[in-house]
Design a protein around this ligand. Structure first.
Ligand code: PGA
Length: 250
């Protein structure tokens, strides 16, 4: 089954509302391809203005995180229904920066995936090993335990709505990129795990994105790998020129 590519830009803690709307406009007006999906993931404050500004465009909008309760006395949190109402279609779960700086665990990733699905959002579950784990030969074991923990208890129908992003921690924001072969191998392992845990259809249809220092210069090689179904781009998504360059190269 041919999987449609998804190129996502995670703007992290960058871009004020005004800057975000301007960037979204530049991306939408420069986008010439309609054979792949394009997603921008602004900070929460900019999400609704960006979504409104993109309403006539095919560019989709996502959130960077969500809380697992829908509403209540949870000061400082943002939930799935609020993201959905603001125009989000996707939401990141378990980005390595959430795991490293904000105490994200497999249990909390699972709660967030469940909340996203309940709200009608499409979760993008981020997994990936550290440099030490890769050097210690633990890559596959780490990926398996992150997937097993975050997807515990879900059935194949739920899994069909989940996108996976393989983001080796050592490649995020460092300028180091997994080689094409390393990315393809990790993706292939994730796909095999999905097949064993759910079924062949889930394995074949799930999009597995690569993230970690994706740039216009390396995008074509990575996206040409058979198991790579798109990219989750950080730094290079902050300018329309480089993000559109990645989209063109994909
Ligand atoms: P990077 O970030 O492209 O800046 O390495 C990727 C990510 O964190 O999603």
């Amino acid at each position: 089954m041919a999987r449609r590519l998804l190129i996502a830009g995670n703007w992290k803690l960058h871009k004020t509302v005004e800057e975000a709307v301007a960037l979204a406009g530049d991306i939408a007006s420069g986008l010439v391809r309609d054979d792949l999906d394009v997603l921008v993931i602004p900070g929460f404050l900019a999400l609704e203005p960006v979504a409104l500004s993109l309403s006539a465009s095919s560019v989709l909008v996502g959130g960077q995180n969500l809380f697992w309760e829908d509403q209540g006395a949870y000061t400082g949190e943002v939930s799935g229904p609020f993201l959905k109402a603001a125009g989000a279609r996707y939401v990141l779960v378990g980005h390595s920066e959430r795991r490293e700086y904000f105490g994200e665990t497999e249990r909390t990733c699972r709660l967030r995936v469940e909340a996203a699905l309940r709200s009608g959002l499409l979760p993008i579950l981020c997994v990936g090993e550290t440099q030490a784990e890769r050097e210690g030969g633990q890559t596959e074991g780490v990926l398996e335990s992150q997937l097993a923990g975050a997807l515990a208890g879900f059935d194949a129908a739920q899994a069909a709505n989940i996108t996976i992003a393989y983001e080796p921690v050592w490649a995020i924001g460092t300028g180091l990129t997994a080689s094409e072969a390393q990315a393809n191998e990790a993706h292939s392992h994730i796909r095999a795990w999905l097949g064993a845990r759910f079924n062949k259809d889930v394995a074949n249809s799930t999009r597995i994105l690569y993230g970690g220092s994706v740039k216009p210069a390396n995008a074509a090689g990575l996206m040409n790998q058979p198991e790579v179904d798109g990219a989750l781009v950080g730094g290079a998504s902050l300018s329309a020129e480089s993000f559109l360059g990645i989209i063109q190269a994909a």
